[in-house]
Design a protein around this ligand. Structure first.
Ligand SMILES: *Cc1c(COP(=O)(O)O)cnc(C)c1O
Length: 410
C-alpha cells in the first residue's frame, strides 16, 4: 500500500516532539533538510544575542565578565552539552572549532600513550580529521604514524601497537554509525585510547560517552545543536584522564589561575585545561540559548524520531524515485540522523530541489544528503520533499543550465 500524505499527517499529530518546531524560526513554505550541516535558528537565540549585545556588552561593558558571568560560559555551555551526549558532569567544555579541538586531544592522547605512536582511523572519513592528523604527524615527525584503513577492517587493525583510535561516530557522507561501546571495548583491550568526533551525532542520537567508555570526544555546535554558523565546538575528556591530560595549546584560559598572570603555565583542574584563549561570548551565548531547546526532551526520543523520518524518506524514495540509489544503511539503528542518496547528476538535482523549496546538500562526487532534525522536521515535510524530488527527476528539470553552475559551498 502506498504511503499517503494523510498517513504522514497522522504521524505528525501523534508525535510527542511536534511542539518543539514552534521553538524555531523557519521560513514559511521552506522544507529544511540540512540541519546536519547548519541547524535552524531557535527563536530564543535572536532575543538572547540582542540582549547580550545591547544590555551586557553595550551597557555593562567589561564588568560583564563577572556581572553576567561571561567567564564561565565555556563551562556552563559544556555542562549542557554533557547532558545531551551522555557525559559525566564537568567533563565537557565548549571552545574553539572541532578541528582545533581534534588537534588538542589527539596530541594529548599521543603524549599519554608514548612510546606507542600509531593513530588508527577510517578511510574516507571527514577530511578535516585526517588533515589535522596529517599536520600533527608532520609536526611531531617520528612521533606519529597514521594508519588509515577501510571501515570493515578497523576491528582487525586494532592491534596492540595502536595508541589512538580516531573515528567519526556517524559518517558525514553515508550516515553509517559506528557501534561506540563495542569499539571502545576492543580499543581498551589492546591498550588504545579512543577519540570520537560527534559532529554528526551530537544533538540527534542518544550518545552515551560515559556508558560506552569513550576516552575523548569532540563535536560541532552548529549542526544538530543549532548554535549558529561557526558556533563554538566542544571537547570531552573522561574523568579518569582529566588530571593526566595536557593540551598542547596551553593558553591562559586553560591555566589554573588565568588572572594570576604568573610566569609559568600550570593547567587548570579538570577539563577546563582544554581551554586556550578568550571565549567568544556572543557565539557562546547563542549556543547556550540553542541548547535550551533540548531541555526536558529525551535523546532517545530524538534518536527514534530522526530514524523514523529517515525510514519514511527511504520508503518514499523507493516508492517514487527509481533512479535514486540509497547511499546510507537501510537499517535505522545503523544510521545517524541523515540519509544520503547517490545520483550521477547529484549536483544539478540538488540545485533544482533547492529551487523548489527543499534544502538538502551535495557532497562530491554524487551524494545528495538529507538531514532529519527531529526537533523541527515533520513527517509531512518528508512526504512533500520526496514528491518534489520525484517531479524534478520525472520532468528532468535538473537539465536546466542554471542548476549546473558550480557554487563555492555545496
Ligand atoms: C562538520 C564536521 C567537522 C567540522 O569541523 P570545523 O572545525 O567546525 O570546521 C569536523 N568533523 C566532522 C566529522 C564534521 O562532520
Amino acid at each position: 500500500m502506498p504511503i499517503t500524505r494523510q498517513i504522514c499527517a497522522d504521524l505528525d499529530s501523534q508525535d510527542a516532539l511536534a511542539p518543539a518546531r514552534a521553538l524555531f524560526d523557519l521560513p514559511e513554505g521552506l522544507i529544511y533538510l540540512d540541519g546536519n550541516s547548519l541547524g535552524a535558528l531557535p527563536n530564543a537565540v535572536s532575543r538572547r544575542v540582542a540582549a547580550v549585545v545591547r544590555e551586557q556588552w553595550g551597557r555593562d561593558l567589561i564588568r560583564s565578565w563577572n556581572a553576567h558571568n561571561w567567564i564561565s560560559l565555556p563551562e556552563r555551555v559544556g555542562a549542557r552539552i554533557a547532558g545531551i551526549v551522555g557525559a559525566e558532569p564537568g567533563s565537557v567544555v565548549a571552545a574553539d572549532s572541532t578541528s582545533v579541538n581534534l588537534f588538542k586531544l589527539a596530541a594529548a592522547a599521543l603524549r599519554l600513550q608514548a612510546p606507542r605512536r600509531v593513530v588508527l582511523t577510517e578511510q574516507g572519513d571527514f577530511p578535516t580529521d585526517v588533515y589535522i592528523l596529517q599536520g600533527l604527524t608532520e609536526f611531531m615527525g617520528a612521533g606519529v604514524e597514521l594508519r588509515v584503513v577501510e571501515r570493515d577492517r578497523l576491528a582487525e587493525a586494532l592491534t596492540d601497537d595502536v595508541a589512538l583510535l580516531l573515528l567519526s561516530h556517524v559518517h558525514y557522507k553515508t550516515a553509517a554509525a559506528h557501534p561506540m561501546a563495542l569499539l571502545c571495548a576492543r580499543a581498551r583491550a589492546v591498550g588504545a585510547l579512543t577519540l570520537w568526533d560527534l559532529s554528526h551525532s551530537a544533538g540527534v542520537l542518544d550518545v552515551r560517552l560515559e556508558r560506552d567508555g569513550a576516552d575523548f570526544a569532540v563535536g560541532c555546535g552548529y549542526k544538530y545543536i543549532n548554535g549558529g554558523p561557526g558556533a563554538p565546538a566542544f571537547l570531552y575528556v573522561a574523568p579518569r584522564l582529566q588530571e593526566v591530560f595536557r593540551s598542547p595549546l596551553s593558553g591562559w584560559m586553560g591555566h589554573a589561575r588565568p588572572f594570576g598572570f604568573e610566569g609559568d603555565y600550570q593547567p587548570a583542574p579538570g577539563v577546563l585545561r582544554g581551554l586556550c584563549g578568550t571565549p567568544p561570548v556572543l557565539s557562546l551565548a547563542a549556543l547556550d540559548e540553542a541548547l535550551g531547546v533540548f531541555e526536558g526532551l529525551s535523546m532517545s526520543d530524538l534518536e527514534r524520531k530522526a530514524r523514523a523520518l529517515g525510514d519514511l524518506f527511504i520508503a518514499l524514495v523507493e516508492q517514487c524515485c527509481p533512479d535514486m540509489a540509497l547511499a546510507s544503511p537501510r537499517q535505522a539503528d545503523a544510521r545517524g540522523g541523515h540519509v544520503s542518496l547517490a545520483h550521477a547528476e547529484g549536483y544539478p538535482v540538488m540545485q533544482a530541489l533547492i529551487a523548489a523549496g527543499v534544502i538538502g546538500d551535495f557532497r562530491a562526487p554524487e551524494t545528495l544528503r538529507f538531514g532529519f532534525s527531529p526537533l523541527y522536521v515533520r513527517y509531512v515535510d518528508v512526504w512533500d520533499a520526496v514528491a518534489r524530488l520525484a517531479a524534478i527527476l520525472r520532468r528532468e528539470r535538473w537539465r536546466e543550465p542554471r542548476f549546473h553552475i558550480p557554487a563555492v559551498v555545496t
